[in-house]
Design a protein around this ligand. Structure first.
Ligand SMILES: *[C@@H]1O[C@H](CO)[C@@H](O)[C@H](O)[C@H]1NC(C)=O
Ligand SMILES: *[C@@H]1O[C@H](CO)[C@@H](O)[C@H](O)[C@H]1NC(C)=O
Ligand SMILES: *[C@@H]1O[C@H](CO)[C@@H](O)[C@H](O)[C@H]1NC(C)=O
Ligand SMILES: *[C@@H]1O[C@H](CO)[C@@H](O)[C@H](O)[C@H]1NC(C)=O
Length: 770
């Protein structure tokens, strides 16, 4: 049927997976140690060169003796121990050594059987050296006297083939075989005995086996010829068969044999004795010579020997055999043996990987020896039955050393006896590391703030990554990924300690040059192949007040030409001039304040603290000195603050004719002629320009009909005045840069009178409009 067929296929597949092939040999017993039985590698199709690496070995069931071994260099199966067929198999006709050849990586199991051939190494042996009979002379011709057969440990052809009796006048040998093939030998009285002629008859019985050469054994038979009527004891049965549970206690009566002797009185008393009994049986059973009672004197074990055959004799002549069969009792717990274990097993082993092979033995028979094997629930392993009594331990899921690095696997084997017996075995399995985890940084990204003008070599921050793998697979090494910062390799800015992840500055940073930058730090483990991950470290350079305010207007050199004209009609709060200064720092460090620290007439002009605008404080009067000098200090708000000063020369005049006096105003008394002419030229141009302005103002004034004269200073600031680094707008620092930009723009653009064009780096003259 289908189910059967499917089972068959399934079974075949299972067998094909586990038992790759069986091989059997036939080999005589008693061969020299090292004799070659066969080449097992060749016969199983194994690669001889890999036998050693695959740990090819012979595995016998239980703790049985290992009679064979494999020569790993040749693949030959050789004799390792004396193989005595009679010792191993006794009387059994077939004697087969069974074992498994096991290989690992991948695990393989082959069943090997060696049929042990008998050699004629045993002679026939009679149980006794001498057999005595008492036969009356009245015994009739044709009377038969049964004899115990000889025993030859060899089997088949090498067993006893024939018996011969020494030639004599009275007796012949009669040999019959019964239906069981059991031989029955008897002395047949051919010619009546005559005591008066011969009191005793001595004969030699010889048993010969069929070996080449044959071996023989003899026994002497002494027959006393009696006068009186005498009877030999007769057993009530020819054979006794007893069944006995193996755990029967000492002193249990097994059986009582009884023989009767027709004689009366002392002649009728029968004495019993063992005739042929194995050494083992002699230790286990005691025969009471008077009562014929057989008792147990030792511990019986079905697993050692299931059947004992004992021969018991009455006083003389033929005895009887007692067969004691032991019945199995579930007295052996299953025995679990670990035949092979792949430990440690790599954590990336696929589910279904074979980890070990387990063999379970139960020495009991039938149900008592039927074993079920199980494994505890919470481990990712299972047992798969393989060929008889073998189980493969395979993984059922993924292993992860980082989660669990070793397993205690408990295997339980239970037999089906009642009550069942069970045993457990713990297997300790470790999981080997595979480099399957990249280092992981503790933070997604890192930020470091460094004060500018730092000391080269100072540490600025540290990164840390962890890798849960084992040893070098989890050892993290840090490095900087090469990249460019401001067209220079990052290594000229930072260095990292490969072991600790501490990042050091290689140089001193200048906030005004570089406000921030980023680098990629790589964390790599030492596995092969290594795994790595990277993280961005942003370095922000913080400002330090290391730049003094820089005065753009008036020219800080205190150039004497920078003279502002103040109309005499200027009223209070008129804008006269403006000090423009910048500071390369940022934030508070660039927050500028303006102060007049020295003035010709301290009450006349004020300066806007933050705007730098110089205004008249009151209307100008005729009494005011025409030449007014102001020293202005520009301070930033840093800690400590830095400052710069400049001088302003103001000329209260509407009249260009007063210009020649300019020279006197100059603090720098340069008397060079060239300078003088230059001043003349400049003043002329200025005067011309001023006139032009006055005309325009007059036109305006007329339109508005407002008699207020307002001075609007027109200051041209060439871009060249700005320090070159102001043009720099660094990408990462946009925000700060913009803020910085704002910071100094506001100082100049609070007032609507000046509009500072932001595109300072255009290289053209920019101007202020009105
Ligand atoms: C295996 O066989 C080789 C060749 O016959 C021999 O030299 C060697 O001694 C043998 N090894 C063992 C362990 O018997
Ligand atoms: C396994 O057993 C050993 C001792 O028997 C113990 O030290 C170890 O912690 C156990 N491991 C697990 C994973 O239970
Ligand atoms: C590291 O992992 C590799 C496989 O990736 C493995 O072969 C090696 O044995 C591991 N090293 C350690 C020390 O566990
Ligand atoms: C950095 O890591 C990202 C993913 O985290 C990866 O895509 C990139 O290739 C890495 N860069 C380098 C240079 O290794």
């Amino acid at each position: 049927d289908l189910a059967g067929e499917m089972f068959g296929i399934l079974f075949f597949v299972l067998m094909a997976h586990t038992a790759y092939g069986d091989v059997s040999y036939s080999f005589p017993e008693e061969m020299k140690r090292g004799s070659v039985i066969g080449n097992i590698a060749k016969d199983l199709g194994l690669d001889v060169n890999r036998l050693s690496s695959r740990k090819a070995r012979i595995d016998t069931e239980g703790n049985r003796k290992r009679y064979c071994e494999i020569n790993l260099s040749t693949g030959e199966l050789t004799v390792a121990e004396r193989i005595d067929r009679e010792e191993i198999c006794g009387d059994r006709l077939s004697c087969v050594l069974k074992f498994e050849v096991m290989l690992e990586d991948p695990l393989e199991l082959h069943r090997v059987s060696v049929q042990i051939q008998d050699i004629n190494d045993n002679s026939p042996v009679f149980a006794k050296e001498l057999i005595t009979f008492e036969i009356t002379e009245s015994a009739e011709r044709g009377s038969r006297y049964r004899l115990n057969v000889a025993h030859d440990a060899d089997i088949g052809h090498n067993a006893i083939q024939r018996y011969s009796l020494q030639k004599n006048d009275n007796f012949q040998l009669s040999i019959n075989s019964n239906v069981d093939g059991e031989k029955k030998i008897e002395l047949l009285l051919e010619k009546k005995l005559d005591r008066e002629q011969q009191q005793e008859v001595k004969l030699i019985l010889t048993a010969v086996d069929g070996g080449t050469p044959p071996r023989s054994g003899t026994v002497a038979i002494h027959i006393a010829v009696l006068d009186a009527n005498d009877n030999a004891p007769v057993f009530s049965q020819d054979i006794y068969k007893v069944s006995l549970p193996e755990n029967s206690p000492v002193d249990t009566v097994v059986v009582t044999v009884s023989a009767t002797d027709a004689d009366e009185g002392q002649n009728g008393e029968v004495a019993y004795e063992f005739s042929r009994v194995s050494d083992r049986a002699r230790k286990l059973f005691y025969l009471n010579p008077n009562t014929g009672e057989i008792r147990i004197t030792g511990a019986l074990d079905f697993e050692d020997e299931a059947v004992y055959e004992i021969f018991v004799e009455g006083k003389d002549g033929f005895g009887l055999s007692i067969v004691i069969e032991l019945a199995d009792v579930n007295d052996n717990a299953p025995e679990i043996q670990l035949k092979s274990l792949r430990s440690p097993i790599p954590e990336n082993a696929l589910p279904g990987t074979e980890v070990g092979i387990i063999n379970v033995q139960d020495r009991d028979s039938d149900n008592n020896g039927q074993v079920r094997c199980s494994i505890q629930q919470n481990v990712p392993f299972k047992l798969i039955p393989s060929i008889k009594n073998y189980y493969s331990l395979v993984t059922t899921g993924e292993l992860d050393r980082e989660l669990l690095s070793d397993y205690n696997i408990t295997i339980t084997a239970t037999d089906e006896g009642s009550p069942p017996l069970s045993s457990t075995k713990n297997i300790h399995l470790t999981v080997a590391d595979v480099n399957d985890n990249p280092p992981v940084f503790q933070e997604q990204n890192y930020r470091a703030h460094v004060q500018e003008n730092n000391k080269p070599g100072s540490s600025i921050c540290s990164v840390s990554a962890t890798d849960p793998d084992w040893r070098q697979n989890g050892t993290v090494v840090y490095s900087l990924l090469s990249s460019d910062v401001n067209d220079a390799p990052v290594s000229s800015f930072l260095s990292i300690n490969g072991d600790t992840g501490v990042i050091h500055a290689v140089r001193s940073f200048d906030y005004e040059q570089l406000k921030s930058f980023k680098v990629l730090v790589l964390a790599r483990d030492n596995g092969s192949p290594p795994l790595s991950s990277n993280v961005t470290v942003r370095v922000f350079i913080t400002d330090e007040n290391d730049n003094s305010p820089q005065i753009l207007y008036p020219s800080p050199e205190g150039n004497s030409f920078m003279t502002e004209m103040v109309p005499k009609a200027a009223q209070a709060r008129s804008l006269v001039s403006k000090v423009i200064a910048v500071d390369a720092d940022s934030g508070q460090n660039a927050w500028l304040s303006y102060h007049i620290i020295k003035a010709t007439d301290p009450g006349l002009f004020t300066i806007g603290v933050h705007s730098g605008e110089i205004r008249t404080q009151r209307d100008i009067s005729e009494s005011d000195s025409m030449k007014q000098n102001l020293i202005v200090s520009v301070r930033d708000n840093g800690q400590p603050s830095l400052s710069a000063t400049c001088a302003l020369y103001l000329l209260i005049s509407d009249n260009l004719a007063e210009v020649p006096e300019l020279k006197d105003m100059s603090r720098d008394e340069s008397s060079s002629k060239l300078t003088f002419y230059l001043i003349i030229a400049l003043v002329s141009v200025s005067t011309f320009f001023l006139a032009f302005i006055i005309i325009i103002l007059a036109v305006r004034f007329c339109r508005r009909r407002k008699p207020r004269l307002l001075f609007d200073g027109a200051v041209a600031i060439p871009s060249a005045y700005l320090p070159p680094n102001y043009a720099e707008v660094e990408g990462a620092g946009t925000l700060r840069s913009a803020y910085n930009c704002d910071a100094y723009l506001t100082t100049g653009s609070r007032t609507s009178d000046f509009k500072f064009i932001r595109s300072y780096n255009e290289g053209t003259l920019t101007s202020f409009h009105f």
